[in-house]
Design a protein around this ligand. Structure first.
Ligand code: NAI
Length: 795
């Protein structure tokens, strides 16, 4: 017939719609809307009148109504989780593993249903839900069933946290839910999860599956609602950990809301990820990669490759090919198996995309869209290219969260990395080059939690996922993801404090001045520098008598120290062997001066000669420990179920603030600086406020030990005031704070601005002399972040 001839001519696909009537039937079975899933039962919310409507973005038609959980409902859900925890956490790992396995199987058995429901609710093509979202969700339960099984042996000494609150976004509703729930319950926690208000339906269906699987009551609780409900959950006192995925703005609010509460926190936030193409890239593969990077899920992907950075010589050819590909793009019903792109989740999001694109054009970008048909009904947005995008253009800076790619060219490798890293985000990067040496070099230089070489948007439950910088902190998946849901049983001392109350600082009597010849200084960039303000503080010995002075550092001193640390980038690039040697050398030089340091400790703290010697010995041993660790805290090679390997590398965080306690002033100081030196961080250290002379004495040890200038910087003075300046510093990558409970709150709250990594003690104390509390893998983990570099193999 002519029709067949026509099709032959155009080679166009006909529509291939997936059936959805049985899903519609399930939705129709809830004419009064969905209740909340609490304690293994469907529970009506207190306020039954308030509901949210879920709409099909492809048609705008309502799909279902669900509840808005209020304060009383959130309380109820948390209580149910607490009850559930009492039993769940006592099951054997094997028993928990069987439950996770049952959930994995049920997701598989329901995969068609879930794929259709997800596509209807979110608007993403069925091809994606069927091939990616749902199988990967199931894979997460399989993988984590394994962690539950192995927990006793592989994660010995760790225990679950209790009730975990989880808040997720709408772009991968079921998959994000699986990412959150599987590790949490594998570890023995119970969860209260709030799905996003646009897309709650697959989570509600999953709740039904939990019942079917016979999951004990209260292990998984699903409460629906909008941001207010999320906030109530985040603020709930009995919640011990928050895991959040969503916008960076909300992530910041959550960081502030949880500051000082002792709640553990992981944040998976936004991105503006570079997609780097070099002139030797296989351009046809690159085009397909780009399609997966930025037009997958309509570009509503936190790790979307939204910034194309292409080497000048191939830019025109690549853009030509991309345009050709887009001119054959098919937008249409998400349930059509043959579409390239479905609908945007909600008109609010589409309008946001459109307004950002318009603003970008106003700021000088050139917009290109293909000449393809775009459904007039429903919520669609054409794939879009923005060229001539300057680094200051809104589209180069802000996460658009839509099918919009910016194009920028570069000439040299240095320029490419500079452009790639010119972002406050650091979630992912994709590098395209047939030259493996070059690709791996770039992978090392790019600030991103995931780097895909000649591939893009690859995920697996065994490979940690998470960001650098303002893309958030913590990892999901793999061993590192498990630690986010666990705590060490013996992390802190049962009682006591590691700091001396300011009120209890001795009145310094200056009558018996016997040491006056010291000029107080800071240690910055490898040199002793006079404090900016020119002021100094008197230091007393244990008997309250004056023994010396130290500099009274201020904001300017901290800024200088941070700058010096930034300049010392070479330390982060030094080999592990080299760092180890220097740590041993510091130990050797401390050892030479052992008696002097012991005497000083006795004078300052009143420690007996024996105790003081023991502290110096322990400090020397600790330096040896980190010399040993420097070249042994290796990464892993993951073998995900695709033709890839993923290299999980422990990278230094960068420039760190370190605020030291008063107890065991030499040992705690060494215990906190040595892991940073070992892992390649550069740090700015505020020593004990009561015993700062131990740190100033240490300048000479550093000076004689070949520690490069700027790798470690020391500023003495008012600990809390200086900690505040560090927490507010917008370039610092992280801060360890071992002071008071109030100081911990302050540090976490102020760190929200640039989302620096924090490790605080909440006023608790450690036994610095013990090898459990005073050193080890936890320190190394807190000093590093995992970068997963994905490498394909084969053709
Ligand atoms: P959002 O961050 O507001 O929402 C994510 C989740 O957080 C939802 O479940 C929401 O109900 C909840 N939430 C909102 N305010 C909260 C609060 N104060 N406390 C606790 N939970 C709260 O993101 P939204 O409004 O859906 O999207 C806005 C923009 O955010 C997008 O255009 C995109 O740029 C970005 N975004 C990024 C995501 C990512 O994965 N990187 C995911 C979703 C959004």
């Amino acid at each position: 017939s002519t029709k067949v001839a026509e099709i032959f001519e155009t080679m166009a696909y006909g529509p291939a719609p997936e059936q959805s009537d049985y899903v519609q039937e399930w939705l129709d079975g809830h004419p009064d809307g969905f209740d909340l899933f609490i304690g293994g039962k469907w529970v009506a919310p207190e306020d039954k009148k308030k509901t949210i409507e879920s709409r099909d973005p492809a048609t705008g038609k309502p799909l279902a109504r669900f509840s808005i959980a209020g304060k009383a409902d959130v309380d109820k859900a948390v209580e149910a989780a607490q009850k559930g925890f009492a039993k769940w956490s006592r099951l054997s790992g094997h028993q928990r593993a069987r439950h996770l396995y049952a959930l994995a199987r049920l997701i598989q058995k329901n995969s068609r249903f879930l794929s259709v429901l997800e596509s209807m609710d979110n608007g993403k093509p069925i091809r994606e839900t069927r091939d990616l979202d749902i199988p990967l969700a199931s894979r997460h339960f399989y993988h984590h069933a394994g962690w539950a099984q192995l927990m006793d042996s592989e994660l010995a000494g760790y225990e679950p946290l209790g009730v975990v609150g989880q808040v997720i976004p709408w772009n991968f509703p079921l998959l994000m839910m699986a990412w959150k729930i599987a590790p949490a319950i594998a570890a023995g926690n119970c969860v209260v999860l709030k799905p996003a208000e646009y897309t709650s339906l697959t989570a509600l269906y999953f709740a039904e599956m939990c019942r079917e699987a016979g999951l004990p009551d209260g292990v998984v609780n699903i409460i629906t609602g909008a941001g207010d409900t999320g906030e109530m959950l985040v603020r709930h006192e009995a919640v011990t950990k928050i895991a959040f995925t969503g916008s960076t703005d909300v992530g910041r609010l959550i960081r502030k809301a949880t500051a000082g509460t002792g709640k553990k926190l992981t944040l998976e936030l936004g991105g503006k990820s570079p997609f780097l193409v070099f002139d030797d890239a296989d351009l046809d593969s690159t085009v397909e990669g780009l399609v997966d990077a930025i037009w997958f899920n309509q570009g509503q992907v936190c790790c979307a490759g939204s910034r194309l950075l292409v080497e000048e010589g191939v830019a025109d050819r690549l853009i030509e090919k991309v345009k050709h590909r887009l001119n054959h793009f098919r937008l249409g019903s998400p349930l059509d198996k043959a579409v390239d792109m479905g609908a945007i989740v909600d008109p609010v999001q589409r309008d946001r995309i459109d307004s950002l694109v318009n603003q970008s054009v106003t700021e000088g970008a050139v917009k290109w869209q293909p000449d393809v048909s775009c459904p007039t009904e429903g919520c669609y947005y054409l794939p879009t290219l923005l060229t001539d995008v300057s680094p200051a253009n809104v589209a180069a800076r802000e996460e658009i969260f839509g099918p919009v790619l910016t194009v920028t060219t570069f000439r040299t490798l240095a320029e490419a990395t500079e452009l790639a890293n010119n972002s406050r985000y650091g979630l992912s990067a994709s590098v395209w080059s047939e030259n493996i040496n070059r690709a791996l070099e770039i992978a090392g230089m790019v600030k991103a939690g995931v780097v895909w070489i000649n591939c893009t948007n690859q995920f697996d439950a065994a490979c940690g996922f998470g960001g650098y910088r303002e893309s958030g902190f913590g990892r999901e998946g793999g061993r590192e993801g498990m630690f986010e849901y666990l705590k060490r049983s013996d992390e802190w001392r049962k009682s006591g404090s590691d700091i001396i109350d300011k009120a209890k600082l001795p009145e310094i009597s200056t009558k018996h001045v016997d040491v006056i010849d010291r000029t107080p200084k800071n240690y910055i960039g490898g040199k002793q520098k006079r404090p900016d303000g020119g002021n100094s503080l008197a230091v007393a010995g244990h008997d309250g008598k004056f023994v010396g002075r130290v500099g009274d550092g201020n904001r300017k001193d901290i800024r200088d120290a941070v700058e010096a640390a930034f300049k010392a980038e070479g330390w982060s690039k030094a080999t592990a062997h080299n760092r180890a040697q220097i740590l041993y050398y510091i130990a050797e030089n401390l050892s030479i001066r052992e008696e002097e340091f012991a005497r000083r400790l006795s004078l300052l703290t009143g420690a007996s000669a024996k105790a003081a010697k023991a502290e110096v010995d322990a400090s020397i041993a600790r330096l040896f420990s980190y010399g040993a660790w420097a070249d042994k805290f290796d990464g892993l090679v993951h073998t995900p179920p695709m033709r890839n390997i993923a290299l999980a590398m422990n990278e230094p965080l960068g420039v760190m603030g370190v605020v030291c306690p008063d107890t065991a002033p030499l040992l705690s100081f060494i215990s906190l600086i040595a892991p940073h030196l070992a892992m390649g961080n550069r740090s700015v250290v505020i020593p004990s406020q009561r015993y700062p002379l131990i740190a100033t004495d240490f300048y000479q040890v550093l000076e004689t030990s070949d520690v490069p200038g700027g790798a470690i910087n020391i500023v003495t003075g008012d600990r809390e005031g200086l900690a505040k300046v560090l927490a507010q510093h917008d370039q610092l990558d992280g801060i360890w704070y071992f002071g008071s409970a109030e100081g911990s709150e302050m540090v976490e709250r102020l760190s929200a601005d640039n989302l620096k990594r924090t490790w605080v003690n909440n006023g608790k104390a450690r036994d610095w002399a013990s090898s459990n509390q005073g050193e080890g893998r936890q320190f190394l983990r807190e000093a590093t972040q995992v970068k997963n570099v994905w490498l394909p193999y084969g053709d």
